[in-house]
Ligand binder design. Structure first.
Ligand SMILES: [Zn+2]
Length: 80
């Protein structure tokens, strides 16, 4: 029901135009029944093409903390 989506990390990459030089990825979590809205509330408009991810071109990757916190909170709520 959850899905990981990578975006170009705006903090590292700067802009999408520079993204081919130094790929930095930020992994968000989206709910599949939602239309591209990450759990942190960010609308994901430019999702990184899966081919780039498979090729291992990303120089740095990190996960979106607010998204992970939302997943954790949801799981704990369901476990109770
Ligand atoms: Zn996020």
């Amino acid at each position: 029901m959850y899905e990981m989506r990578a975006e170009f990390d705006p903090d590292v990459t700067g802009s999408v135009e520079n993204a081919t030089n130094s790929l930095a990825l930020l992994w968000h979590v989206i709910a599949k029944d939602d239309s591209g809205m990450a759990l942190c509330g960010q609308q994901l408009v430019q999702t990184v093409h899966a081919g780039l991810l498979v090729g291992g071109h990303a120089s740095t990757e990190r996960c979106c903390s607010p998204c992970l916190a939302a997943v954790r909170a949801t799981m704990q709520a369901e476990a109770v």
